[in-house]
Design a protein around this ligand. Structure first.
Ligand SMILES: [Zn+2]
Length: 346
């Protein structure tokens, strides 16, 4: 990540915030490998005496999480995954590991999201079409633009192309961010696309202009971003993939500057292993006044009617069913209908 992006972001320490020490800035304290002003390996440090935490920059991606140990339990495989093996050897190892393993799950997820982001025809309703629907509701502005749940990074590049002074993609999955970061540094989007079973084929596309793009590995429930720092945010297909959607929406509101816009889009595809039932927005209690409707639940929430406290986000415009096609394999595609909302920060 470039120093200029780090400066524009003004990252804060998520440990201090979690432990009640407020918003403590973190600064580049260690540089181990750099290409000019582009920091590839190093560490951001928190100067608060009670903390002194080091937040690593690995392969150009700043990892700024409150619980680095917990993060490592799930992400270290992706961090240490080597990328210099031939397709032949990768195929052999993929067969040896077999289906349903950590390696296979990572390959499947990367195939699905990299294809949706980088390979799909816009007319077929892939991620670019979803982005277009989002930007039509509220176009990005200059300043710091955040891509929350950035996945493999297409939206982050789109924010930069639309005029962001700094376009920062934030996601907890290091494996996903590596695709976007590799595109930023090499100019090529490369990934494996699942054909069937555990058969994968390499894919490669030219990446868009990487200027002003950067990636941070962080938890969208505890964003390492200063209050009011962002002038625009997209939050596409995140809300139904996390444990606490309301905590996340409060974080979106917190990091946005007053009067700025966020696009929140979700197909409400609730899964109990991602989101406990009690935290679902709709999708249950069909006997109630809102009949289990997620759209009605979210509208009531934004109006302040169903929440303990008002989020500070008002629903300015929406589209209820934007199609989004997600690649499974060469013979299968999933299609969602996504609720796309333009939320305005008060
Ligand atoms: Zn700290």
């Amino acid at each position: 990540m470039f120093r200029a992006q780090l400066d524009a972001l003004g990252l804060i320490c998520p440990v201090c915030r979690l432990q009640g020490r407020g918003e403590q800035p973190i600064r580049l304290g260690v540089t181990l490998r750099a290409e000019g002003d582009d920091i590839i390996e190093g560490a951001l440090v928190c100067d608060e005496p009670a903390c002194r935490r080091e937040h690593p920059i690995i392969d150009g991606i700043a990892v700024v999480v409150a619980n680095l140990g917990g993060w490592a339990q799930h992400q270290l495989d992706a961090v240490l995954r080597r990328e210099d093996l031939s397709p032949w050897m990768t195929s052999l190892l993929g067969d040896a590991a077999g289906p349903g393993t950590v390696l296979d799950n990572e390959r499947r997820n990367l195939s699905t999201y990299a294809t949706a982001h980088w390979a799909s025809d816009e007319a077929a309703g892939g991620f670019p079409a979803l982005l277009r629907a989002a930007f039509a509701l509220a176009p990005p502005r200059g300043g710091l633009c955040l891509d929350l749940g950035a996945s493999v990074g297409r939206g982050t590049f789109a924010l930069a192309a639309a005029g962001a002074t700094a376009a920062i993609g934030i996601d907890l999955s290091f494996a996903m961010l590596k695709v976007g970061e590799r595109a930023r540094r090499t100019g090529r989007v490369t990934y494996e696309q699942r054909q069937l079973g555990i058969v994968y084929e390499g894919r490669e596309h030219a990446a868009p202009d990487p200027a002003r793009v950067g990636f941070v590995c962080a938890d969208v429930l505890n964003l390492p971003v200063k209050t009011g720092a962002a002038s625009y945010a997209i939050d596409i297909n995140v809300v139904d993939c996390i444990a606490e959607p309301l905590v996340h929406l409060a974080e979106v509101a917190r990091v946005l500057a007053s009067g700025s816009a966020a696009i929140v889009a979700t197909p409400y595809d609730w899964q109990p292993n991602a989101t406990p039932l009690g935290n679902w927005l709709g999708g249950h209690s069909q006997r109630g006044a809102l009949a289990g409707s997620p759209e009605a639940t979210v509208r009531a929430l934004l109006a302040g009617g169903a929440a303990d406290a008002h989020l500070g986000l008002a629903l300015a415009a929406e589209r209820e069913r934007v199609p989004w096609r997600l690649y499974v394999n060469a013979r299968s595609t999933m299609e969602y209908a996504v609720h796309v909302m333009h939320l305005q920060r008060s």
